[in-house]
Design a protein around this ligand. Structure first.
Ligand code: GDP
Ligand code: MG
Length: 439
């Protein structure tokens, strides 16, 4: 589905203006993606209406293609639909978890505790489920794995008493996460129980835990928990499966809340703070902006760590060496395989990849690896000043790196091409350069 959305966006490539048919076509593809991701029909219709209106009425800003303009509108309207993440100040607080049996509450309790502990806080999980056999052991084990404090009582049968005692026993912790018994359905006695636990622990936030595969059942559940304890946020679990979690948006809408966390696997580290862009990309089946920006950030941080003394301003000084080029290539490599990186850029990546022959990116990567081997075979002096590399050294380097003379020449050419570009930058004013660096 993502692919067909991509292809209808790609048909807009080169068009400066959209007509109503173009918009209709794109909106239809978005509707199809969202409905198959379990987003509620009425939410999808509201979204389509606003996209249509804006796409037809708003002028694309100068220099923007029709395709980018539509992408921007779709993205903005999607952000409005999914909302920001639930506010979670990094300070002492009590969080109560609610949800049906098997939705992932116990797992999420340990995951969230792990997450808070990584933020430097001291969390404790209180397990009040006396209903499901093995609930105590499961929670205890997961908390051990997460290396966080745990309170439970395998012999007690009063969840409200456990909650009260658990809060007292873990009084030194900053974050109290109270796990509750699962419900097969919304039975009255279990609702009464969670209401009492809520009174006893007096949570700062009550989160509804939903399986990503939940469809329209989300509505009734959200309504019930909203009336009984009040819902401040939603946790969507099992996003590592095929389900995209669109049903949870119904719960968000119903409780007028937002999404707090996403569960993406069975281990305690498989948790992400909700962030709109990644979730939107997932819903639409398009590239994952969040993943891309995180990778870029990580790559930049690593490169900075590795080359604390490497100053990009040096480029201004007229010394663009092969070493500088090597560092640039390292930084790119850390972002992952090139084709994956490109594929994560919504629209652009996908569309471009579809048009390239299958092996085009491999060749490029293959060449990058060869370049690296070549540079490893060069001396420091040659890396600092590649102009000293003559014919016989070129041959030696080719042999030493297991490549060929042609590839060594290509590397040297690429370097002088980049050097020329850098030299052009030097002709610019200081202000221009700084602006470019910030981009
Ligand atoms: P609870 O009954 O609401 O406490 O749900 P549990 O935490 O016991 O989870 C039910 C099942 O779902 C367990 O087998 C978990 O391992 C699994 N589970 C929970 N969260 C995730 C997730 O994010 N991904 C995957 N793949 N499995 C999960
Ligand atoms: Mg449980």
């Amino acid at each position: 589905l993502g692919t067909s959305l991509r292809s209808s966006l790609d048909t807009l490539q080169g068009k400066a203006r959209l007509d109503e048919d173009d918009v209709e076509e794109i909106v239809k593809e978005i509707q199809r993606s969202l409905l198959s991701a379990d987003v509620d029909v009425s939410l999808v219709m509201e979204l389509s209406d606003s996209i249509k209106t804006r796409a037809v009425e708003e002028e694309p800003p100068g220099g923007t293609t029709a395709r980018d303009h539509v992408l921007k509108i779709v993205y903005e309207e999607m952000v409005a639909l999914v909302g920001d993440s639930t506010e979670l100040p990094l300070e002492s607080q009590t969080i109560l978890l609610a949800g049906l049996q098997g939705s992932g509450k116990t797992t999420s309790a340990a995951k969230m505790a792990w997450w808070f502990s990584k933020k430097g806080l001291r969390p404790a999980v209180i397990q009040t489920d006396t209903f499901r056999p093995g609930a105590y052991d499961q929670a205890k084990q997961m908390c051990e794995r997460a290396e966080v404090e745990f309170y439970g009582d395998p012999d007690a049968d009063d969840p409200v008493a456990i909650a009260r005692e658990g809060m007292a026993a873990t009084a030194d912790a900053d974050i109290h996460i109270v796990d509750t018994a699962g419900r097969h359905a919304l039975e009255d006695d279990l609702i009464a129980e969670i209401e009492e636990i809520e009174r006893v622990v007096d949570p700062d936030r009550s989160l509804l835990v939903l399986d990503a595969a939940i469809g329209q059942g989300a509505k009734e559940q959200a309504r019930q928990f909203e009336t009984s304890i009040g819902i401040d946020g939603v946790v969507i679990t099992k996003l590592d499966g095929t389900a995209k979690g669109g049903g949870a948006l119904t719960a968000v809408n119903e409780t007028d809340s937002s999404i707090a966390f996403l569960g993406t696997g069975e281990t305690v580290q498989d948790v992400e703070r909700f962030e709109p862009s990644g979730f939107i990309s997932r819903l639409l089946g398009m590239g994952d902006l969040k993943q891309l920006s995180e990778r870029v950030e990580r790559a930049m941080a690593e490169a900075q760590e590795a080359d604390e003394d490497w100053d990009p301003e040096q480029l201004l000084e007229g010394n663009f060496t092969l070493k500088d080029m090597q560092k640039q290539m390292d930084a790119m490599n850390r972002m992952g395989p090139l084709d994956q990186v490109m594929d994560m850029i919504p629209g652009l990546g996908g569309g471009m990849m579809d048009q390239l022959p299958d092996d085009a990116m491999d060749v490029t990567q293959d060449r990058m690896r060869k370049f690296e081997r070549i540079m490893d075979s060069m001396t420091d002096e040659e890396l600092e000043n590649p102009k000293v590399v003559g014919q016989s050294r070129t041959e030696r380097i080719a042999r030493g790196s297991g490549t060929d003379v042609e590839t060594v020449r290509q590397l040297l050419e690429q370097h002088s091409m980049m050097e020329r570009t850098i030299n052009q930058f030097q002709g610019m004013g200081e202000g221009d350069m700084q602006r470019m660096m910030k981009k």
